[in-house]
Write a protein that binds this ligand. Structure first.
Ligand code: SIN
Length: 310
């Protein structure tokens, strides 16, 4: 039986959106009880397509958290979040209205570089679920890239070389000087080394784990000089974000994106902040494991603490 036939018997349709990554799932209401077989089907679509999208979901914070719990332990909103919505410590608001104060300028998302969520942690989130609430009339899309495809399409000699590298990931503050957020980023001081290639614990696939937003600050490949690190990282960032490995998603209110943070990076496309429109989305993350490289070596925490959910 094909994936499509399998899903259809459960009332789901899984429609691929691009050649390497992304599928839209229809036929499921994320608010209600979701049968275990449907949960399994969503999980296998996620593993296969790396990011899955749902549209027209009329859900609130509690529904979003309950949906996330079907797939794992849900973490607090973010290691630096001090003001989640009341009663929902798991929800990270991605809210253009906050950034003027926190980051010192109007923008539509907290980051505008390719990144995998919070890879400065020794156990970055396994997955993230993002729900759109308020959107600009145009612009403000998000793109994802398939890091497994990026790895698998490297020439073998380069794969063999990259397999052995460890890269420093750190949280570099983009917060306004003197802000509460800047203080929090300094206090938590998240820094880790991760294998440049991580093996997915569920699929066994190898992914090019180079999270530009978190590796650009240090620009350090362990054991290499700064200029060697710089050139190798530039090559890997470019490979990880080649257009052909990506999918771009146009949000509507009620859209939900669910991505495998162990196999993707994403980019909030910063083409709407200058227009002054509001953009509000809500994210939850699932607790992650400590990555392992192809030889089984584990990531190392340099500073900060692992991030657990419940
Ligand atoms: C995120 O990086 O989790 C948010 C992406 C976005 O704002 O589109």
């Amino acid at each position: 039986m094909t994936e499509l036939e399998d899903s259809t018997s459960l009332g789901l349709d899984v429609t691929p959106l691009a050649g390497y990554i992304g599928a839209e799932i229809s036929g499921v209401d994320l608010r209600g009880t979701i049968e275990p077989a449907v949960v399994d089907e969503i999980r296998s679509a996620l593993h296969r397509h790396k990011v899955v999208f749902f549209r027209g979901q009329d859900i609130g914070h509690a529904d979003q958290i309950a949906f996330a719990r079907l797939f794992g332990r849900v973490t607090p909103a973010h290691p630096h979040e001090e003001d989640p919505p009341e009663g929902f410590p798991e929800i990270l608001p991605i809210d253009s209205r906050r950034y003027e104060t926190n980051l010192g300028r109007k923008r539509t998302s907290y980051d505008s570089s390719w990144h995998t969520d919070v890879t400065a942690l020794v156990n970055p989130p396994a997955a993230s679920i993002l729900r759109a609430h308020i959107l600009p009339p145009y612009g403000g899309d998000t793109a994802w890239t398939n890091l497994v495809a990026a790895y698998e399409n490297l020439p073998k000699d380069l794969r063999d070389f990259v397999d052995r590298l460890d890269i420093r990931h750190q949280f570099t503050t983009r917060a306004a000087s003197g802000s509460q957020r800047e203080r929090k980023v300094r206090e938590t001081n998240l820094v880790s080394y991760h294998p440049a290639v991580r093996v997915h614990p569920d699929t066994g696939e190898r992914a090019l784990f180079v999270s530009p937003g978190f590796t650009r600050g240090a620009r350090e490949v362990r054991g290499l000089s700064p200029s060697q690190s710089e050139r190798i990282l530039s090559l890997l960032w470019e490979e990880a974000t080649r257009t052909e490995y990506t999918v771009r998603f146009k949000w509507e209110p009620g859209s939900v994106a669910f991505w495998d943070n162990r196999a993707t990076a994403h980019l909030a496309i910063s083409d709407a902040g200058h227009l002054g429109h509001d953009r509000v989305l809500y994210r939850v993350t699932l607790e992650g494991d400590v990555p392992r490289g192809v030889d089984g070596r584990q990531s190392e925490q340099v500073s900060g603490e692992a991030f657990y959910g419940s």
